[in-house]
Design a protein around this ligand. Structure first.
Ligand code: VG1
Ligand code: CO
Length: 543
C-alpha cells in the first residue's frame, strides 16, 4: 500500500460551529474538502501518530465514503488503531462512551445531527477529545487555523475495508477494529438504571412508543427497550437507520416528530412516548396528550434523579445552556444544588462534568445528559424518565403537574426564523447590541425591562472566555427573552428567539404555552425589530 502526499489549497469556510463542521453534503463531496478538514484535525490535535481513535456516525448519506477516507488518512499519518462502529454506525453518546471506556485519544463523529441527510441535504464532521466530549474552542480554533494554511495531506492508496461485520483488519500497519455499536452502550445503561423496576412496570401493562425517526437510535432502542426491558415488539417505530432518514428531518420536536405526536394524542395513546434525533443525542418526551418541554424535562430529571441507582448519592450540581429556561434553577435552589449557566453547545459542559461540579446538564433544544458520557444522550434521558416513573408509580402527566405545583411553571418556547440573509440577521443583532444599555427602565408590550446584556462566559475550571453568546433581556415577573443566531445551519442564518415567563399560580398551569407567552413574544418583536430586519412576522418553527 502506497502512502500518497497530495497537494492541496486552503478551502474557505471550514470553521467548526456549535457542534463540528456542518455543510451541504455536496460541499463535503467536493475534491479535497473532507481531506483538508481531516488533515487539519490531525494538525489541530498535534498529530495522530501512535494514537487510537474511535470512528462512527449516524449513517447518513456519504458516511460510508467518508469513513473509508478517514481510515486511509489516519493510517497514512501513523495512527496505531481506529475502533469503528459496524457499518460506520455509532450514536453520538455511544461514540462518547467508547472513547472513554477504551481510553482512546479521541474520536471522529460523522453526523449533522437533526439536520436532514442525503445528496442535497447536510453532512458533518466533529472531533471529540479523549474525555469523550466535543473538542473545546481552543482545539476547534487550532483546527480552523490549520484549514487556512494547509498545502498537503496524506492518504493511503488502498481498497475499501469491509466495515459490515465485526472483526479486525490491518490497514498499512494500522489496526481497524470493527465493533458492535450497541453492546457497550447497552451495558452502560444497565449499570446506571434500575432495569428490574422498569421491566416490572412494563410487564405490569405500562405501554411505550419510541420513534427512532429512521435514524441511528433504532438498533439501540430495539435492543434496550424491546429486548432487555420487555416492551412489546413494535414499540420502537421507524427503527431501521436510513441514509436519508426516509426523507424526513430527524429532529424530535412537535413539528418533525409528527408520527409520535399523532400516536400520543390518539384515543389509545400509550403511557409514554419518546423520540430521538439523527445521531441519538437529543430526546423528546411525551405523556398521553402531553408534550414535555425539554426545559421542563431537565427540571423534572434534576428533581427526581435519585430514583436511579447511578444518582442515588445526589447530583451535586446542574448546568443548563443560557437559553434554556430557568425551571431547573428553581429545583437547584430548593434542593441546595450548585447551578451553572453556560453558552449553547455541549462542549461547554465538559469541564464542569470532568471537574465533578455537576452531574446533570441540559439544553432547551432537547438535549439532556449526565457525567456517564460527555455528550447529551437521548436514550439515557428516556431511561431516566422510565426509571423515575417506575419508582414513583406516577404517569408523565401527573409527575409534570406535581412538579409545577411544587416549583411553579416556567412557560417556554423557542421561535426560529430560518433562512434569513446573513447580513440582515447580523444587522438585527448589531442594532440590538447598540440598544441594550437603554432598555432597562423602559416598558415594552406592557412589560417592564429590568435588565439586558450580551452573554459572556468565563469557564470556572480553566478560565477560558467565550464572548457574544446571545442577548438576554429580563422582564418583570420572571420573564426573559433571549436572541441568538444558530451555529449549526448550512444555508443563510437562523434567528432563534427564546421566550420564557413564570407563574406560581396553579390556575394558570394549563394555559396554552403560546398564549401564555403572547406579550413576551410581542415585546421580543418590538425590541428586536424582527419584521423590520427580516420581513417576517411569524416564525418557521415554534419548538
Ligand atoms: C443547536 C442547539 C444547541 C445544540 C446544537 C447541537 O445549536 O440550539 O442547543 O447543542 O444544535 O445539537 P444552534 O447553534 O443551531 O442553536 V445536535 O443534536 O445538532 O448535536
Ligand atoms: Co444530535
Amino acid at each position: 500500500m502506497e502512502r500518497l502526499t497530495i497537494d492541496t489549497q486552503p478551502i474557505e469556510g471550514q470553521k467548526p460551529g456549535t457542534s463540528g463542521l456542518r455543510k451541504k453534503t455536496k460541499v463535503f463531496m467536493q475534491p479535497h474538502y473532507l481531506e483538508n478538514f481531516v488533515q487539519s484535525i490531525w494538525e489541530g490535535i498535534g498529530g495522530v501518530e501512535g494514537k487510537t481513535l474511535v470512528l462512527g456516525g449516524d449513517g447518513r448519506y456519504f458516511s460510508d465514503r467518508a469513513a473509508q477516507v478517514i481510515l486511509r488518512m489516519a493510517a497514512a499519518s501513523g495512527a496505531a488503531k481506529v475502533i469503528v462502529g459496524q457499518g460506520a454506525l455509532l450514536s453520538t453518546p455511544a461514540a462518547s462512551n467508547l472513547i472513554r471506556k477504551q481510553g482512546t485519544d479521541g474520536g471522529i463523529i460523522l453526523s449533522a445531527s437533526h439536520n436532514p441527510g442525503g445528496p442535497d441535504e447536510d453532512f458533518g464532521v466533529k472531533f471529540n477529545n479523549p474525555n469523550g466530549g466535543p473538542a473545546p474552542e481552543e482545539v476547534t480554533n487550532r483546527i480552523f487555523e490549520a484549514t487556512k494554511t494547509i498545502r498537503k495531506y496524506h492518504i493511503l492508496e488502498a481498497q475499501d475495508l469491509d466495515l459490515a461485520a465485526p472483526g479486525s483488519h490491518d490497514l498499512g500497519g494500522m489496526t481497524v477494529e470493527v465493533v458492535d455499536p450497541v453492546a457497550d452502550y447497552a451495558e452502560l445503561m444497565e449499570e446506571l438504571f434500575d432495569f428490574d423496576a422498569i421491566r416490572a412496570m412494563i410487564s405490569g401493562g405500562f405501554r411505550l412508543c419510541f420513534d427512532a425517526m429512521h435514524a441511528v437510535t433504532g438498533p439501540y432502542a430495539k435492543e434496550i427497550l424491546e429486548r432487555r426491558l420487555g416492551a412489546a415488539e413494535g414499540s420502537v417505530m421507524n427503527a431501521v437507520p436510513q441514509p436519508d432518514f426516509a426523507g424526513g428531518h430527524p429532529d424530535p420536536n412537535p413539528v418533525w416528530a409528527k408520527e409520535l405526536m399523532e400516536v400520543m394524542h390518539g384515543a389509545d395513546a400509550p403511557d409514554f412516548g419518546a423520540a430521538s434525533d439523527g445521531d441519538g443525542d437529543r430526546n423528546m418526551i411525551m405523556g398521553p396528550g402531553m408534550y414535555v418541554a425539554p426545559s421542563d424535562s431537565l427540571a423534572v430529571l434534576a428533581a427526581n434523579a435519585e430514583a436511579a441507582p447511578a444518582y442515588k448519592g445526589g447530583i451535586k450540581g446542574v448546568a443548563r445552556s443560557m437559553p434554556t429556561s430557568r425551571a431547573v434553577d428553581i429545583v437547584a435552589e430548593r434542593q441546595g444544588l450548585d447551578s451553572f449557566e453556560t453558552p449553547t453547545g455541549w462542549k461547554f459542559f465538559g469541564n464542569l462534568l470532568d471537574d465533578g461540579r455537576v452531574r446533570l446538564c441540559g439544553e432547551e433544544s432537547a438535549g439532556t445528559g449526565s457525567d456517564h458520557v460527555r455528550e447529551k444522550d437521548g436514550l439515557w434521558a428516556v431511561l431516566l424518565w422510565l426509571n423515575i416513573l417506575a419508582k414513583s408509580g406516577k404517569g408523565v402527566v401527573e409527575l409534570m403537574q406535581d412538579h409545577w405545583r411544587t416549583y411553579g411553571r416556567n412557560f417556554y418556547s423557542r421561535h426560529d426564523f430560518e433562512g434569513i440573509e446573513t447580513e440582515r440577521a447580523n444587522a438585527l443583532m448589531d442594532d440590538l447590541r447598540v440598544k441594550l444599555a437603554d432598555l432597562p427602565g423602559t416598558t415594552v408590550s406592557g412589560r417592564a425591562v429590568e435588565a439586558a446584556d450580551e452573554f459572556s462566559y468565563t469557564d470556572p475550571v480553566d478560565g477560558s472566555v467565550a464572548t457574544a453568546q446571545g442577548i438576554r433581556i429580563y422582564l418583570d415577573g420572571g420573564a426573559r427573552i433571549v436572541l441568538r443566531l444558530s451555529g449549526t445551519g448550512t444555508t443563510g442564518a437562523t434567528l432563534r428567539v427564546y421566550l420564557e415567563d413564570r407563574s406560581e399560580d396553579p390556575a394558570t398551569f394549563d394555559t396554552d404555552v403560546q398564549d401564555a407567552l403572547k406579550d413576551v413574544s410581542a415585546a421580543a418583536h418590538e425590541i428586536a425589530g424582527i419584521e423590520h430586519h427580516t420581513g417576517r412576522t411569524e416564525p418557521d418553527v415554534r419548538a
